[in-house]
Design a protein around this ligand. Structure first.
Ligand code: UDP
Length: 336
């Protein structure tokens, strides 16, 4: 089976391309490098096959997308490509809506024209906002708090509507907080500028690129007062996509499925696990809460187990070990 991976030069896409190859799939990557590096494709090819197919194209370019489907055998699609910075989306909402919704629409139209009916879509636990109860199940109310979040919410709805009246079968995967890296340390997360996310920030402090972590708030209703997230190893997440494709073969409709560990960790849990991995303390200070932050969210992972036959295998220690290994070997990310 041949799988088109959109955004396959990105953090989750590159790890998924490797997991698909390891599971015996033929992979075609499309990416426009708007937020990723050609070096990621070189690294994926080194981990898989030098001949792994790659097309540089923008999914908003409908001619290029048609050509892609005409020139490559594609049986199934995993759609990662999207802008993903929450703060930036608030400043540039139209750019986010045009890119994230336009690319999804164009992709689904091209799939229909070419008779491709299986799609795995990258969604996010951001659609749950501040959940009323944790662990959060897929039945919890959804909404959004940023244009980025709305693009995920709206894309889910677009795909549900399309699936209801066509042959299209979709799994909507709602990711929790992906961290870690491939054990080789040759692919990993490479944020632009100063990282917004906790673990990339912690690792840049550890490597000496940033001075100290600011912990946003220690007065939450949690065991140590810092906020709780469900961190998931990116290789577990990648394997979740392989499981979702396999499940799609015998699945109808458009279920949403959480991909998380089901375990909540506080910011200080992460800081301590990172310090153990690095072998020295992570300088940090407590500051005010970050505006709009969620107090506590982690997944109910039961549906993924039941529907996809998948569960995570890697814990916070392994996440920090592998993220640090990537950071240590690539202090400047792919620009190293
Ligand atoms: N966080 C922090 N300092 C930072 C970045 C993040 O204390 O420099 C905290 C943040 O407030 C949240 C957790 O780490 O409680 C995870 O933040 P991240 O942005 O990685 O994920 P998200 O909040 O989008 O789930």
């Amino acid at each position: 089976m041949a799988v088109l991976v959109t955004g396959g030069a990105g953090y989750i896409g590159s790890h998924t391309a490797v997991a698909l190859h390891d599971a015996g799939y033929k992979v075609v990557i499309v990416d426009n490098f708007v937020n990723s590096s050609p070096k990621a494709i070189e690294a994926v090819r080194a981990l898989t096959s030098p001949g792994l197919a790659f097309v540089e194209a923008d999914l908003l370019d409908s001619g290029a997308v048609r050509q892609l489907f005409a020139q490559h055998q594609i049986d199934e699609v995993i759609h990662f490509a999207a802008h993903k910075a929450v703060g930036e989306s608030a400043d540039q909402p139209l750019r986010y809506y045009r890119n994230n919704l336009g690319s999804t629409l164009g992709l689904v139209e091209a799939m229909a024209e070419h008779g491709v009916t299986k799609l795995v879509f990258s969604s996010s636990c951001t659609v749950y906002g501040q959940p009323a109860t944790v662990p959060v199940t897929e039945a919890a109310p959804t909404g959004a708090e940023s244009p980025y979040g709305w693009t995920k919410y709206m894309s889910e709805q677009i795909l549900r509507d399309a699936a209801a009246v066509s042959d299209l079968d979709v799994v909507l995967l709602r990711y929790f907080n992906p961290v870690g890296a491939h054990e080789s340390g040759t692919i990993g997360e490479d944020p632009n500028g100063i990282p917004n996310n906790l673990v990339p920030y912690v690792m840049q402090v550890a490597i000496g690129r940033l001075e100290k972590l600011r912990v946003f708030g220690d007065d939450y209703d949690t065991p140590d007062g810092t906020a709780i997230r469900d961190y998931i190893h990116v290789v577990d997440l990648a394997e979740g996509h392989v499981a979702a494709l396999a499940a799609l073969a015998s699945m109808d409709g458009c279920p949403a499925v959480n991909l998380g560990t089901g375990v909540g960790s506080t910011v200080l849990d992460v800081v301590n696990a990172a310090a153990d991995a690095v072998g020295s303390p992570i300088p940090h200070e407590i500051v005010e809460r970050r505006l709009g932050d969620i107090e506590k969210i982690y997944a109910d992972a039961a549906l993924a187990r039941d529907l996809l036959g998948w569960e995570t295998r890697r814990d916070l220690t392994e996440m920090m070990r592998d993220h640090w290994n990537w950071q240590r070997k690539n202090p400047q990310g792919f620009a190293t």
